[in-house]
Design a binder for this molecule. Structure first.
Ligand code: ADP
Ligand code: MG
Length: 683
């Protein structure tokens, strides 16, 4: 059974940048991207290694079998090496004879070429086709292609040639020659063979190393080509034309299968795109005339993902065939006789095998609605929306939707959709940026309005009184006027226009409305104590509280009354530069609370009394007073529907100087809710 806990190819999450190149290249669609994480679905993976080739981030990891090989070598058992015939395309820097010596130096008892296995397998193919002239077969040396059929085209199982791969054939030869206990380590260009060794051939090859891993073993053991003399040779038994096996159509060339045997009913399909297409076509055209489908998942084994070579495909191919020609040309007559006699020598060796299906085709077929729903999630509502751009790794939008349905892909892998979403997110951001800007402007405007409001309130307050007087007198005159008097119409105009002025002023005052009274049950005694504690007090000023409250709780806006007290205390202290006393007296009735603030200061001149609460009225030097303290105080008291009054003596001759402000506040809210703004209350 396959062991998925020892996976063949895995993805290193931290390195993966989600480019979907591997999703695109994976012929088995075995790479799942869900929640932004890519991973290999092991049962679906055919081990072809295409994902390794296309991953620019080196985020794919192949199972490392060097530890297994080292432990076999250390076990004391007979361990032999078997080298794939594509080695000349890999070891450009190491001559074949030195390579053999280096492998020996790792501790292998003998070093063999795999080509004899290819020779024998080719002979079996020949026999198979001769014996069964009607048979239609798919070649099976490529474990990735075999896995692809077993998983995705199980119908074709009977068409898989029942012949072992050259690797397994050679392993059987070696055991036949050297004893059943012999351990066999294969080294080649193939990643898929690593899995073949564990899941389909039942341990006939004890370890499968890629050429990359072999180089790694050399490096770790300090085995360098320069340490060895030239002239070493592979150990027998030798192979023949099987050395050309890794190149295109190599099997057929090895088998000497010519036109008269197959009469054009041969299809060679190599490389990712071709082999998938050929197998699919073979499946669909059950009665087609292809007799032998020679498939390799790579473009020749020398292109395998286990190679580290920088050579072009053409260079690799010519190195492999040059080596094969050279080998065949330099054989002694004796060796040639042995090679030619090999089929006879190994006549009794069983080179057959069976296959088991490993069906991975999707179990559940989505309905049209399912697909439609998934496409909608990707912003695709009509035929023109199916761009089939392939950016997600799937050839078509429909393929992608099927993969989403099967749980293999995320709908957010759709790049055009992601771009569209980004664009709309950008637009939304722009809009919210705009409304933020607007809010900021509104705030600035409010600030400006507030100061304009104060100015307006000041002017309004000033204009209101004379206007009132004007109206009063005009109305008096109007009353005295005879009905037919000439001036009556003029007086009516005056009253009319004066009323209009009042309306304009009240509009101005409405505009200036800002704060609201927030009434809450408040302990007035506590509040006064708090103000005294926190307000700055000069050393020579003494503040006393005469608290005669029966019930200290009143529904008032605590913050605003604090402001009132603070203003009054500040003014009182200003009036006592040489010190003095301030007395706060608290009294109440059932419905009102009264606060008196009395100081022993200089008092207020009679002529100032009328203007005291006007905005901007101040007797202090520029920079010392704003003239707003009492105006604001007045506004707050009015908003509480309360009263504020003042008594003062500024004439020492008339008695002790000083000022007393008296504030009366209703204990509870009375009448209509006080929704008027502070400045409005000034009116
Ligand atoms: P300012 O910031 O100028 O003090 P206010 O509105 O608080 O403005 O007061 C206006 C004017 O009223 C003061 O400049 C001052 O002449 C007078 N005044 C207010 N309170 C007192 C007080 N307790 N004793 C004497 N004069 C006062
Ligand atoms: Mg003041």
């Amino acid at each position: 059974m396959p062991t998925w806990d020892n996976p063949l190819i895995t993805i290193i999450g931290e390195k993966c940048r989600m480019c979907y190149a591997c999703v695109r290249e994976c012929p088995a669609k075995a790479i799942q991207v869900v929640d932004g994480q890519a991973r290999v679905i092991q049962p679906r993976c055919i081990g072809c290694g295409n994902c390794l080739r296309v991953c620019s981030q080196n985020a794919k990891q192949v199972r490392d079998d060097t530890a297994k090989a080292f432990s076999l070598l250390a076990s004391g058992e007979k361990v032999v090496a078997m080298v794939a015939p594509s080695f000349p395309a890999e070891f450009v820097d190491i001559s074949p004879d030195r390579l053999i010596s280096m492998i020996r130096a790792l501790g292998f008892d003998s070093v063999h070429e795999m080509s004899l296995g290819a020779d024998l397998v080719a002979g079996e193919y020949r026999k198979l086709l001769e014996k069964d002239p009607q048979g239609r077969y798919i070649t099976t040396p490529c474990p990735a292609a075999v896995a692809y059929v077993r998983k995705y085209h199980p119908r074709l199982m009977p068409h898989l040639a029942p012949i072992v791969s050259p690797m397994v054939a050679m392993a059987r030869v070696l055991r036949y020659e050297m004893g059943a206990d012999t351990k066999v380590v294969f080294m080649g260009p193939c990643v898929a063979k690593k899995r073949a060794s564990i899941d389909t051939t039942h341990g006939e090859v004890d370890a499968v190393l890629t050429f990359a891993e072999l180089r790694d073993m050399f490096a770790r053991r300090g085995v360098r080509p320069d340490d060895f003399a030239y002239g070493d040779r592979f150990d027998p038994p030798h192979g023949g034309i099987g050395a050309v096996f890794p190149i295109a159509g190599g099997l057929l060339q090895t088998a000497g299968l010519d036109e008269d045997l197959l009469t054009g009913e041969l299809v060679i399909a190599e490389g990712r795109g071709e082999f998938i297409e050929a197998i699919t076509e073979f499946d669909m055209t059950a009665g087609g005339d292809t007799r032998l489908l020679d498939v390799l998942s790579c473009s020749g084994c020398f292109a395998g993902p286990g190679m580290t070579s920088d050579l072009t495909m053409l260079q690799r191919r010519s190195r492999v065939s040059a080596y094969a020609r050279n080998r065949l040309g330099s054989m002694t007559d004796e060796e040639r006789a042995l090679v030619d006699g090999a089929p006879e020598t190994y006549r009794d060796l069983d080179l057959s095998r069976e296959y088991q299906a490993d069906v991975q085709t999707l179990a559940e077929i989505p309905t049209l609605q399912d697909i439609d729903e998934i496409l909608r999630r990707m912003g695709k509502y009509k035929a023109q929306d199916l761009l089939n751009c392939g950016a997600c790794g799937y050839d078509t939008c429909l393929d992608h939707a099927y993969a989403v349905f099967a749980g293999l892909a995320d709908s957010d892998m759709c790049l055009p959709h992601a771009i569209e979403q980004l664009r709309s997110a950008y637009r939304q951001l722009e809009e919210s940026h705009k409304s933020l800007e607007e809010a900021k402007e509104a705030l600035e405007r409010t600030g400006r309005l507030a100061s304009m409001g104060q100015l307006a309130a000041g002017i309004a307050h000033e204009v209101n009184n004379p206007l009132g007087t004007l109206l009063l007198h005009a109305n008096l005159l109007l009353e005295e006027c005879e009905d037919d008097s000439e001036v009556k119409a003029d007086l009516e105009t005056i009253v009319d226009q004066a009323n209009r002025c009042k309306r304009i002023i009240s509009g101005l005052l409405n505009f200036a409305r800002q704060s609201r009274v927030v009434r809450q049950p408040t302990d007035l005694s506590e509040l006064v104590e708090k103000v005294i504690r926190t307000a700055p007090t000069a050393e020579n000023v003494e503040i006393t509280v005469d608290d005669r409250l029966n019930d200290s709780i009143a529904e008032i806006d605590g913050d605003q009354i604090v402001q009132v007290l603070t203003n009054l205390l500040t003014n009182a202290q200003h009036a006592m530069p040489d010190g003095g006393t301030i007395t706060i007296t608290l009294t109440d009735t059932a419905g009102t609370v009264t606060i008196k603030v009395a100081d022993s200061g200089s008092g207020i001149a009679k002529e100032h009394m009328a203007q005291l609460f006007d905005p901007f009225f101040t007797t202090k030097q520029v920079g010392m007073g704003t003239g707003l303290g009492l105006a604001v105080t007045h506004g707050i008291i009015k908003m509480h529907r309360g009263q504020i009054s003042v008594q003062s003596n500024s004439d020492p001759a008339a008695g002790p100087t000083g000022t007393t402000f008296r504030i009366d506040l209703p204990r509870k809210e009375t009448g209509a809710p006080t929704s008027h703004g502070m400045i409005g209350a000034l009116a």
